[in-house]
Write a protein that binds this ligand. Structure first.
Ligand code: UDP
Length: 434
């Protein structure tokens, strides 16, 4: 299970208590937990290393109890215990789905979970186990967001995913303003100056100081985690020092689309090659020729079996022998330029030897098709490079990232050109020797 293609290979996923409560205002919604667990399992199966921090707000929030007179540290201890309850619920769900997990708590409760030991957590991650960090930082006056930033830094996570119930960060309150726009990217400094309240200041500054990008996204939207981590789609809002990282997520998509387009160009070239008749017989030469069958033009491949008994021969054996005449006529009328012979109940086509001139002509033709395919591939490359250069100019990606991506684009281009060359080589061999 390699995950070299993914931008974020080790992530820290922060789940607030609110998310685990689903539609409820208090406690655990097991449907919501099951849904989220399924998504986590899916990305873990791709080899992404997942550490998690869970909140406890769905059960108990220290600050709220303190506000009505409770001793704050005491209230916070209760809050930390709430996170452990959530962590255990999540662990149970993930393990029922077959994903190995470990819960590590910042407050010792060894009968229930491992204590937090960084090195051990790292080993678990390397072994593909999901590590759920519970009990926050272990100290009162902190939040689980701070615990998430801290653990993200400690385990060297590539990003902190802050799972929420909203799509991302908006330029203004979407509840109040209809024209509020979701931002796909903000810098740490913008987030601070605009007071976007992504996390509390302690949590936020820990991420900023350690250059850990934060992605705020809606985890209740099905498939989002996979889209973000595996497909590289720009889901949610990314907070980082500069735009590069978010575009990196988009870039994966650009590269993926580029591959798709190049693949299509190669497929097209392949289909052209099949149509070019060298000396050698191939079912593709006749299978799509349509013959009249009870008034319906029907491809031969749907009317019988096509075999190649000899390198230069095609044998069509029809299921309904009464159609023989119609098929014979259709082949005669086709571009194939051959005379079919009715041989008992079958139709036999013998391809004539190619003349030397014809071979040269055909080889020129396939070279022309190959060049067209290569041009198509290079055009796709040009478009992608133009787009990447635009992104760099507008500060969305850094110069280094541009360079790295340009290299990657070139490697992919070479790969597809090589495919065209291979197909061409084989076809030429067939034409000249076949
Ligand atoms: N808490 C704490 N120290 C920590 C993390 C959490 O004391 O390092 C307590 C605090 O009382 C907090 C509660 O645990 O209110 C639940 O965490 P939080 O409110 O961050 O959960 P969330 O909002 O993510 O559900």
């Amino acid at each position: 299970m390699g995950c070299d293609n993914f931008r974020y290979k080790r992530i820290l996923l922060k789940l607030s208590g609110e998310v685990l409560a689903g539609d409820k205002s208090f406690g655990i919604d097991f449907d919501a937990v099951a849904k989220i667990s399924k998504e986590i399992v899916e990305v873990a199966q791709h080899g992404i290393q997942i550490a998690m921090v869970v909140g406890g707000g769905n059960i108990f929030r220290g600050s709220q109890a303190a506000a009505v007179g409770m001793d704050r540290p005491q209230a916070d201890y209760m809050g930390m215990l709430a996170t452990v309850i959530n962590a255990l619920a999540l662990q149970d769900n993930l393990e029922r789905l077959g994903l190995p997990t470990r819960v590590q708590t910042a407050v010792n409760m060894q009968e229930i979970a491992e204590p937090f030991i960084r090195r051990r957590a790292l080993r678990h991650l390397e072994k593909g186990r999901v590590v759920i960090f519970a009990a926050g930082t272990g100290s009162p006056y902190f939040s689980t967001d701070t615990a998430a930033s801290l653990r993200a830094a400690e385990v060297g996570a590539d990003c902190l995913l802050k799972a929420t119930k909203v799509e991302g960060i908006y330029d203004k309150d979407p509840m109040k303003y209809e024209d509020a726009k979701k931002l796909s990217f903000v810098t740490y400094l913008e987030a601070l100056s605009k007071q976007l309240k992504i996390m509390d200041a302690t949590a936020f500054s820990l991420c900023m100081e350690n250059s850990i990008p934060i992605i705020v996204f809606d985890i209740l939207q099905e498939g989002n985690l996979k889209r973000l981590l595996i497909d590289g789609e720009p889901i949610g809002t990314l907070v980082s020092a500069r735009g590069g990282v978010v575009v990196m997520a988009v870039d994966r998509k650009i590269l993926k689309d580029m591959r798709e387009s190049m693949k299509k160009a190669v497929e097209h070239f392949k289909s052209e090659m099949v149509g070019i008749r060298a000396g050698r017989a191939h079912p593709a030469l006749v299978e799509n020729i349509k013959a009249d069958y009870y008034g319906v033009p029907t491809p031969i491949k749907q009317m019988g079996t096509i075999s190649i008994p000899e390198p230069r021969q095609i044998l069509i054996s029809l299921w309904d022998k009464t159609a023989i005449k119609a098929v014979e006529k259709a082949i005669q009328a086709s571009q194939l330029g051959v005379m079919p012979q009715v041989d008992g109940e079958n139709i036999r086509i013998t391809l004539p030897e190619l003349t030397k001139e014809r071979r040269v002509e055909l080889s020129r033709l396939v070279k022309k098709f190959a060049e067209e395919a290569r041009i198509a591939i290079r055009n796709i490359r040009r478009e992608v490079l133009d787009e990447l250069r635009r992104q760099e100019k507008e500060g969305e990606i850094s110069e280094d990232e541009l360079k790295r991506l340009q290299q990657e684009v070139q490697d992919i281009t070479d790969e597809y050109i090589e495919m065209v060359n291979k197909i061409l080589e084989e076809k030429e061999k067939e034409i000249l020797e076949g």
